[in-house]
Design a protein around this ligand. Structure first.
Ligand SMILES: [Zn+2]
Length: 78
């Protein structure tokens, strides 16, 4: 097991669409809110882990903003 999963929350990326999602641990899988894909926590990329739900939400939000500010957002504007 990854040390990350010892935390109460992890921020995981959907394998299908890359949407960050806060997952309350211990969980083995989660459903993506954006595309509806089922993801196994052990198989997806984790971008953060924390005991604090606010921090977990912040990590997910920051990741989304960073992504949208780079390629996705500028493409969306055109
Ligand atoms: Zn997804």
């Amino acid at each position: 097991m990854l040390p990350l999963s010892m935390k109460r929350f992890v921020v995981a990326l959907c394998h299908n669409c890359g949407e960050p999602r806060v997952v309350r641990m211990p969980a083995r899988s989660f459903m993506c809110f954006r595309c509806g894909s089922r993801n196994a926590v052990s198989k997806v990329k984790l971008i953060g882990a924390t005991d604090d739900i606010d921090e977990a939400t912040y990590i997910a939000k920051k990741f989304k903003m960073g992504r949208y500010n780079s390629s996705f957002f500028s493409e969306g504007l055109s």
